[in-house]
Design a protein around this ligand. Structure first.
Ligand code: NAP
Length: 289
């Protein structure tokens, strides 16, 4: 029950009403029996800094940040973690005594999902990241820091690919499609294949890379989680590669936020189960509309 003592955390974004974060974090608070609640605030572009000030004024216990506010919040917090400082983007704000600290939990969430859910250690792996936006940059940065053996970045526009490769450390470079065939780990960090794209209306399956380059022994991760099985993951599975969707990253990045805010350990199982239930509900709603 919400009382006067309940602590509030929130996600800010535009839009924010379809965010899965309230589902995931409220499940975590309930499982931990913490008197916390989590809501979504739709904050217009250009007002991210104001939202940080509101967090101070209202004494919010924690804040998640999504598009389009990640850079504005980066500029408005008092301090940044080293990862957030290097990425130039904040997706989680927490208190360190009376100072607000901006963090970026996407990369560590990605690595935790691979390690804890799939038993994959990225040290020495040949990796390809397709996409160089916020998620691609965070994943490239995390893979570089975690000791990937080779890291090729592919992106539709060359400029962001160069920037993401610079974040990936000495082993990172701008790659070419042929790198996909030789890779141990292939990550789609573009929105190509998300629900609502052309394939569902009868067009060709939207694919971010040539699936003919995939095969047995590879792990293909699609950061998309709606649908759970994207055209890329379906094609990867048909060709004998291991196919991993974006639910694990979503849950594990939220778990980091939970730890930052509460100082306690969340139930990953409760968070993952709530996420799957909500995604199943949305899939049923999509199919009936
Ligand atoms: P973003 O910052 O907008 O970046 C999008 C990237 O995809 C850019 O590199 C863009 O290339 C590329 N792209 C967009 N449309 C494309 C197309 N039609 N063909 C080829 N490339 C295209 O987005 P983001 O925040 O990085 O998110 C990317 C994906 O990751 C989304 O599907 C998002 O839902 C998912 N994601 C998942 C998690 C998770 O926890 N599982 C977390 C974050 C993001 P250009 O540079 O050429 O524009």
């Amino acid at each position: 029950m919400i009382t006067g003592a309940t602590r509030l955390a929130a996600v800010i974004g535009w839009p924010a009403r379809h965010s899965l974060s309230p589902t995931i974090l409220n499940a975590a608070f309930a499982a931990a029996r913490l008197d916390w609640a989590y809501v979504a605030f739709e904050v217009p572009e250009g007002r991210g800094g104001d939202a940080v000030e509101a967090m101070r004024t209202l004494g919010l216990g924690g804040m998640s940040v999504t598009m389009p506010h990640k850079a504005a919040v980066w500029a408005a917090v008092d301090e940044r973690t080293p990862v957030a400082a290097e990425l130039g983007a904040v997706n989680c704000v927490f208190w360190r005594e009376d100072r607000l600290v901006g963090d970026n939990t996407d990369g560590v969430g990605f690595l935790d999902a691979l390690r804890d859910d799939q038993g994959i250690d990225v040290v020495g792996l040949r990796c390809v990241v397709v996409g160089a936006g916020g998620a691609g940059r965070a994943v490239a940065h995390a893979l570089g820091r975690a000791g990937a053996g080779d890291l090729a970045i592919l992106n539709r526009s060359p400029g962001p690919a160069t920037e993401a490769a610079a974040l990936g450390g000495a082993q990172a470079r701008v790659g070419a499609p042929a790198d996909v065939e030789a890779a141990d780990l292939v990550v789609n960090a573009t929105p190509v294949g998300m629900a609502g794209t052309r394939a569902e209306r009868g067009g060709p399956a939207p694919l971010p890379l040539d699936p003919g380059l995939l095969g047995p022994g590879q792990v293909v991760v699609d950061l998309i989680y709606h649908p759970l099985e994207t055209p890329l993951l379906a094609a990867a599975a048909i060709r004998g590669a291991a196919a991993v969707n974006g639910v694990g990253m979503l849950v594990h990045q939220a778990a980091h936020a939970f730890r930052r805010w509460t100082g306690s350990e969340p139930s990953i199982d409760a968070m993952a189960a709530a996420t799957r239930r909500e995604l199943a509900r949305r899939a049923r709603a999509d199919n009936s509309s």
